[in-house]
Design a protein around this ligand. Structure first.
Ligand code: GAL
Length: 675
């Protein structure tokens, strides 16, 4: 959908918004109303121009079914509007009120082991509950009717983080909905029995009514059934979004509608499918605080978000100013980290930089979570960093709408991840995310910007495609990869890829069969390793662990073999040429450091050059209509001289080359002009 803007904003962006957005969740209902004007005055000081409100306010807005109390929200709208602050209006459906569950106990979520989840927290009702769908559509409609034409309203923020804290539900109503979904998908029980391979363990179904949600059973439940249930769950949540979206759109067609994703951290929703349903993409991201290189995980989430947004600018709807409250050890961000994090998101395509939350809560489960305005108040380090960031962003209007382009794609497919992570795989040390992270980390260190791509998506624009975890690879995806390589692309495939089809059935012809001619090999047998066991390779003294394959060559050349271990004497790293391109296979686990042995060679095939800056320097480029912007972030503890001429839009400094202090950030409008 495209919106008629005022002409001030870049195409496709929020109507009337021509500045970088800055702000966060604002929950003033937790505070006396007399404090609101003071909050808003401080927002202005910090440069805040957008806040998200109402996300958890259902019980206040609709105290009893059908009775609305909009008074406080009306006053809040006016206060924010008179201060020039725009509003992202939440629909409060992630937190149905007590009266709803009292009337509809059947709408509660039931977990896989049969536990019915209680009230007193937050969290979704069962996505398949008709009563929940009806109640959420009616509160969304009421909000749209009340505020749809308010000039402060900038964007609709439907629900909160679909898929968290729970996604799948095994209630009776979910089972009924699952059956309907299966009937649509398979049309006949014969087709379902064939797809699920129900001849195994005597599961053959003769009646639709006999099929249930895959609750905990005596042993492992049919993996094809589990995989379909994961697909069904993602779709059930999506239907909840669509129902609210359509209700709002019917009343308020002129304001964009989004919901906050958790790209890369919530695994239960297939965001490739969701991306087509939102007017613009928004994401939440929280660092894994104990990870000393947490900036790499942040970059991955931001790159994935941009990829889901099909390259268009997106909103960072939430991140934190410092520590969160829900990790085992909630490490505080150190001085400067707030700006480094925010600008890494911005560098990777975010045109809105928002936090959870504006003001630290005194009560409730999140009172130890950081905020823009912390408990320590305006004399604090966090407050001064928040204000400094607001001021910095106010000088970046010209960056708005500029885009990021990448030469490398990493394949990402939720369906494959759901299937791979089920039980009874050849080794419990296999984890799809571990391989994605390792390859991504290698590319991050090499300063190569990465898009993520679905395996069946167009890949022709990339010089290099990496498949770190493509356990489930459809024939259509394999054909796509073949076309990509034949046309001159370079492909790197890691072990345990192209093993099963969309029903989690091993490909006819065996492991890796659909890629046999692309990789020039098949895998005869998996040869997983013991805990702690390592194997030596015949190249650059590198060692692998976790996994080896018994590779049978069918045309590929051996770049490295195994010196020892169960695959001794067999190929470990191979390269095959096909048409104008080349395809690499890596049959053991190499860490991010050692992966350079493969990746440097693949870069040479792809005509890519790794960056030669220090390891801890993050460089990202955004291209605008008339200029290119280099976002340079120094995560190291030494200053770095950047041989790039231009003007730093954060500090106003200009020069032929610019120094970035340890821990510093620059957004450089480069002198380089392009057509
Ligand atoms: C997010 C959530 C917010 C807040 C935050 C704390 O996942 O959307 O409401 O709870 O976590 O980090």
């Amino acid at each position: 959908m495209s919106f008629t803007g005022t002409g001030a904003e870049p195409a496709g962006w929020l109507p009337g918004v021509s500045s970088m957005l800055y702000g966060g969740d604002y929950n003033p209902e937790q505070w006396p109303e007399e404090s609101w004007p003071g909050d808003i005055e401080l927002m202005r000081q910090a440069g805040v121009n957008l806040v998200s409100i109402g996300i958890f306010s259902w019980a206040l807005i609709e105290p009893r079914r059908g009775e609305y109390d909009f008074g406080w929200m009306d006053r809040l709208f006016e206060l924010l509007h008179s201060a020039g602050i725009r509003i992202s209006l939440g629909t409060p459906t992630a937190s149905p009120p007590a009266w709803f569950f009292h009337e509809h106990p059947e709408a509660k979520v039931v977990t896989r082991d049969g536990t019915t989840l209680g009230f007193g927290s937050r969290g979704m009702a069962s996505p398949s509950s008709p009563a929940y769908r009806e109640a959420s559509v009616s509160i969304a409609t009421a909000l749209a009717e009340r505020y749809g034409n308010h000039p402060a309203l900038a964007v609709w923020h439907v629900h909160n983080e679909y898929g968290a804290p729970v996604s799948d539900c095994y209630s009776e109503q979910s089972t009924l909905a699952f059956r309907r979904w299966l009937q649509d998908r398979y049309e006949s029980l014969d087709a379902l029995n064939a797809a699920w391979g129900t001849a195994f363990w005597g599961q053959t179904y003769r009646e639709w009514e006999h099929i249930s949600a895959p609750a905990v059973a005596a042993s492992v439940v049919n993996p094809a059934q589990r995989l379909d249930f994961a697909r069904f769950t993602s779709n059930a949540l999506l239907q909840c979004f669509i129902a609210e979206r359509d209700a709002i759109r019917a009343v308020c067609p002129h304001v964009p509608i989004t919901t906050n994703f958790m790209a890369g951290t919530c695994e239960s929703v297939d965001l490739w499918k969701w991306a087509d349903e939102v007017d613009l993409v928004a994401n939440d991201h929280y660092l894994i605080a104990e990870d000393s290189r947490s900036q790499v995980g942040l970059a991955l989430s931001a790159d994935l978000t941009r990829s889901i947004a099909r390259g268009k600018p997106w909103m960072l709807m939430e991140h934190s100013t410092s520590g969160v409250n829900w990790q085992p050890r909630n490490l505080a961000k150190r001085s400067g980290e707030l700006a480094r994090n925010a600008l890494s998101h911005l560098g990777r395509g975010a045109d809105a930089v928002l936090f959870f939350q504006w003001k630290a809560s005194r009560s409730g489960a999140e009172k130890f979570h950081s905020a823009m305005l912390p408990h320590a108040g305006t004399g604090s380090r966090i407050w001064s960093e928040v204000c400094a960031l607001g001021e910095g962003l106010s000088g970046l209007d010209e960056v708005l709408g500029s885009t990021v382009s990448a030469d490398v794609a990493v394949l990402w497919d939720w369906e494959s991840f759901w299937a791979q992570d089920l039980e009874w795989r050849p080794s419990e040390d296999l984890a799809h995310r571990e391989r994605v992270n390792a390859f991504y980390d290698r590319l991050w260190r090499d300063q190569l910007t990465v898009d993520f791509a679905h395996p069946e998506a167009e890949l022709a624009q990339y010089k290099l495609v990496v498949a770190p975890a493509s356990y489930l690879l459809t024939q259509a995806a394999a054909d796509n990869l073949r076309r990509y390589v034949e046309a001159g692309g370079t492909l790197v495939v890691s072990y345990f890829s192209a093993i099963v089809n969309e029903y989690d059935a091993v490909h006819e012809g065996g492991f890796v069969a659909p890629l046999r001619d692309v990789l020039g090999l098949t895998v005869e047998e998996f040869l997983p390793l013991r805990v702690g066991e390592t194997v030596r390779l015949t190249l650059d003294a590198i060692t692998g662990d976790v996994w080896t394959d018994d590779v049978a060559l069918a045309g590929a050349e051996v770049v490295a073999g195994f010196e020892d271990g169960p695959a001794a004497g067999k190929p470990a790293i191979t390269r095959n040429t096909l048409g104008a391109g080349a395809a690499w296979y890596v049959s053991t686990r190499l860490d991010a450091e050692q992966l350079s042995v493969v990746m440097d060679r693949a870069y040479a095939d792809a005509g890519l050059v790794a960056g030669d800056g220090p390891d801890e320097l993050e460089l990202i480029r955004r291209r605008g209509a008339v200029a290119e912007y280099l976002i340079a972030i120094n995560h190291g503890n030494k200053p770095v001289d950047l041989p790039v001429g231009g003007t730093d839009l954060l500090s106003g400094e200009a020069g032929e080359s610019l120094k970035i202090e340890a821990g510093g950030v620059r957004v450089i409008r480069t002198d380089h002009r392009y057509r």
